[in-house]
Design a protein around this ligand. Sequence first.
Ligand SMILES: NC(=O)c1ccc[n+]([C@@H]2O[C@H](COP(=O)([O-])OP(=O)(O)OC[C@H]3O[C@@H](n4cnc5c(N)ncnc54)[C@H](O)[C@@H]3O)[C@@H](O)[C@H]2O)c1
Length: 392
Amino acid sequence: MIRIAVIGVGGIAETHLKAYISLGDRCEIVALSDIYPQKAQALGEKYGLVCRVESDYKELLKSPDIDMVSICTPPYTHADITIDALEAGKHVLVEKPMASSLEECDRMLEAARKSGKILSVVGQNRFNDSIQKLKQVLDSGMLGKVVHAQIESYWWRGYVYYDLWWRGTWEKEGGGCTLNHAVHHIDMFQWMMGMPEKVQAVMSNTSHDNAEVEDLSIAILTYPNGALGQITSSVVHHGQEQQLIFQTEKARVSAPWKLYASLSKENGFPVRNEELEQQIEQFYQAIPELAYRGHAGQIDNIFTAIGNGTHEVLVDGHEGRKTLELITAIYQAASTGQTVSLPLGPDSLFYTREGILASAPHYYEKKNSVTGFAQNAITLGSDYTKSGDGRA
Ligand SMILES: NC(=O)c1ccc[n+]([C@@H]2O[C@H](COP(=O)([O-])OP(=O)(O)OC[C@H]3O[C@@H](n4cnc5c(N)ncnc54)[C@H](O)[C@@H]3O)[C@@H](O)[C@H]2O)c1
């Protein structure tokens, strides 16, 4: 029985609670923490939990009766709480984005290495049937190399979205839609495609003059083998149609799933390769469905790694850092107008939070600050079974 504490009990925390509860007697939620302890108390009661409530998470970390923590606090707190938890000997599942800067990621990785405990960064979309199947199709060798990848991280958020106290500033949210929304797609994308060697980008704040950060960015990526990728990150796209599309030597595949394969006629014009399409389709359909999806899928993956003693999880701290590295490269390229070469290390202008604060454009001043919204239900992104809506 793995004993769990959840730190930060706002919008996403309920998703963690439901996921833990869905895993039955493999775990028990024994503690909740929030700087507003009455919120933690109320959430515990809502789920009928008999658990400890603490306003100071450090008090809670002293307890030897906690094996793992879920960190569901705003991004600027992720590094400190993760490091404290690892140093206290707890396994950690930290919400996305991993941190606000690569310097923080590197400190978190060092703490994980020293502690020998698991550090996993939320990337729940990897635990989605459409995404798992697309990844396996790309890895199958049936398609040849990827030549172009197109990521449409299309979301829509109204003006007041950035009125929440920690959103809309480089300091606390760490960035805009590229960091906090497209992080999901960039995580899946770098998992499938690997890391590029160069990044060019532009960004803008088109519709939210109550936020310092961008609400739209467009990046172009160049891979060592000559392949190109493009990532659009947005919170201004009505309909929230989210897609990952890969053009390979032999076929086009995507999430939501769509397949088209071409062969060349004698004159170079295309003719549909129905035989290959059939083979790929059969391979895709034969892949078994997941036992657990989303956050529950990721937690199942962590529990399995704890159980078998390997401590190897699908989305570990190194994976979280790669995703943040790509996002940081987009910010650096868009802010400086210069092409950015990867990898990014301590000599990068955007390596530290201070570097980002000094060099990223502050589009507008944050105008309003509310502690929470009465209606706190959140959406987690597309289920990739159909185009549009962005609803899980
Ligand atoms: N995986 C997803 O699909 C997904 C969706 C939404 C949000 N998130 C991420 O989850 C995190 C939280 O987002 P949210 O929407 O739940 O925010 P929220 O503001 O609704 O909740 C955050 C909670 O953390 C508490 N908190 C802040 N500092 C704390 C501290 N030092 N100790 C204890 N509690 C503290 C706040 O009081 C609040 O209750 C963010 O990193 C966000 O990007 C992930």
